[in-house]
Write a protein that binds this ligand. Structure first.
Ligand SMILES: Cc1ncc(COP(=O)(O)O)c(C=O)c1O
Length: 395
C-alpha cells in the first residue's frame, strides 16, 4: 500500500485565501516584523461583557452537556424572535436551527438542497468560500463576473440569462457583501427574488453582516420580500456584529422540511453546537446592547470615512463608498495597468516590501482590486495608509 492519500474531492478544495494571507502575515510577525494586517474579517472589539458572562455562567452552573442537535428549544425560539424583531422574518422555533457559525450553516444549507451536478449561481465578487462550499455539496458553481462599473449590482436580466443558460437550481446571495460592502436597495433585491421565482431557484442568503450598515443603507432579507419566503434559506447570527467569532454559533432558518433535513445532517456531523456558546448566544438574542452597538458602529464608520478620504487621494487607487460590513474594496486597476502587474503581485509586494497584508481581489473573483478590512484599530489603519501611499508613490 502506498499510504493514505486525500481523495479527488478534497484535493479540489483550496485553503481559504483570506486565512492564507493572515497566516503569512502572522509568520512575518513571529519573525519580529512590524506587519499591519488588514486581511482578517474579525472585529477588534471584545465579545460584549453580558454575552461572555452568560457563557461563563453556563460553565459554572454545569450547563456543559449535550443539547438537542438543532440547539436548545430556548435558543431556537429566541432566534426566531430575534429574526422577526430585527428583520421582519416570520419563522417558528421549528424553522430555526442553531449551527456552529455561518460557514457551517452555509455548508449544511447547501447539503440539504443541492443535487449532484446542480448549477448554483454565485455573484462576483463573492466571499472566498462559496465555490468550495458548492463543490463540497457536489454542485457546480456558476460565477457571474463582477460588474465594478455598475456599482457591483448585477441586473436582473444578467442573472436571468445566467440562470437560463446554466439551468441553475439555486443562487447564493450575500448582502451586505463581503468584499464590496454593497447593500442593495429593496427594489434591487426584489428584482433578484423575482428572477429566482421566474426560474424556480432556491436562494441561500448569507446575511452575516446585516447589522453593520452605514449612511442610509437598510438591510432586507430576500425571505422578507414577496415570493422569497418559501424559497429562501437564511443564514445569520452574531459573529461579526457582536464579535462572537470564536464562539461558533449561527442560525439557519427556512421552510420546515429544509430545516428538518438540516437538523438530521447536523445530528450526524456536529452532534450539537457548543452548549456554552449557545448560552452566550441566547444572551445576545435577549439582551439588547444599544450603547455597545452604537459605539462599535461609530468606530467602524469613522474608519470607513477615513479610508474613503485617504485612499481617493492615493495615485492609481480608488474607493467607492461601501455602505455595509467592514471592508474596503479598493480599485487598483489603474496602478496595475501602469506597472504591468496584477492584484496578486500588488498584494505580495505590499506584504514583502511594505509589511502590509491585504487580500487580492482575485480571491473574490474581482481582479484589479484589493480588499482591506477596517475591523482594526485606527492607528493600524493610519499605518496602513502610509504604507499604501509609499507603495503607490514608488518609495
Ligand atoms: C460573507 C461571510 N459569510 C460567512 C462568514 C463566516 O462566518 P462565521 O465565522 O460565522 O462562520 C464570513 C466570515 O468572514 C463571511 O465574510
Amino acid at each position: 500500500m502506498a499510504g493514505l492519500a486525500p481523495n479527488a474531492r478534497s484535493r479540489r478544495i483550496e485553503e481559504s485565501a483570506t486565512l492564507a494571507i493572515s497566516a503569512q502575515a502572522a509568520r512575518l510577525r513571529a519573525a519580529g516584523k512590524d506587519v499591519v494586517s488588514l486581511g482578517a474579517g474579525e472585529p477588534d472589539f471584545w465579545t460584549p461583557g453580558p454575552i461572555a458572562e452568560a457563557g461563563i455562567r453556563a460553565i459554572e452552573q454545569g450547563n456543559t452537556r449535550y443539547t438537542p442537535a438543532p440547539g436548545t428549544p430556548e435558543l431556537r425560539a429566541a432566534g426566531a424572535n430575534w429574526l422577526q424583531r430585527t428583520f421582519g422574518l416570520r419563522y417558528t422555533a421549528d424553522e430555526v436551527m442553531v449551527c456552529a457559525g455561518a460557514k457551517a450553516a452555509l455548508h449544511i444549507a447547501l447539503d440539504t438542497i443541492v443535487e449532484p451536478g446542480d448549477s448554483v449561481l454565485i455573484l462576483a465578487p463573492y466571499w472566498v468560500s462559496y465555490p468550495a462550499l458548492v463543490a463540497m455539496a457536489d454542485g457546480k458553481p456558476v460565477v457571474l463576473p463582477a460588474v465594478p462599473d455598475a456599482g457591483f449590482i448585477h441586473t436582473a436580466a444578467a442573472i436571468d440569462a445566467a440562470a437560463k443558460q446554466s439551468r441553475a437550481r439555486g443562487i447564493l446571495l450575500n448582502f451586505p457583501n463581503n468584499p464590496s460592502g454593497v447593500v442593495p436597495t429593496r427594489a434591487q433585491l426584489q428584482a433578484i427574488v423575482d428572477v429566482a421565482v421566474a426560474n424556480d431557484l432556491w436562494i441561500v442568503s448569507d446575511e452575516i453582516y446585516s447589522m453593520l450598515l452605514y449612511d442610509d443603507a437598510e438591510h432586507f432579507s430576500p425571505a422578507a420580500l414577496p415570493g422569497g419566503h418559501e424559497r429562501t434559506i437564511v443564514v445569520n447570527g452574531f459573529t461579526k456584529s457582536h464579535t462572537l467569532t470564536g464562539w461558533r454559533t449561527s442560525f439557519l432558518a427556512g421552510p420546515r422540511a429544509i430545516v428538518d433535513a438540516a437538523c438530521r445532517i447536523q445530528s450526524q456531523v456536529l452532534g450539537n453546537p457548543c452548549t456554552i456558546s449557545q448560552a452566550a448566544t441566547l444572551a445576545a438574542c435577549e439582551i439588547p446592547l444599544p450603547d455597545e452597538q452604537t459605539r462599535r458602529m461609530l468606530a467602524f464608520d469613522e474608519r470607513r470615512r477615513y479610508l474613503l478620504r485617504e485612499i481617493n487621494t492615493i495615485p492609481g487607487m480608488h474607493l467607492s463608498v461601501p455602505t455595509g460590513a467592514f471592508y474596503a474594496l479598493v480599485d487598483v486597476r489603474e496602478l496595475c495597468k501602469a506597472r504591468g502587474i496584477d492584484d496578486v503581485t500588488v498584494c505580495q509586494q505590499l506584504l514583502h516590501q511594505h509589511l502590509l497584508a491585504v487580500v487580492p481581489g482575485s480571491a473574490f473573483a474581482v481582479p484589479g482590486f484589493v480588499r482591506l478590512s477596517y475591523a482594526v484599530a485606527m492607528e493600524q489603519l493610519q499605518k496602513a495608509i502610509a504604507r499604501l501611499r509609499d507603495y503607490a508613490e514608488g518609495r
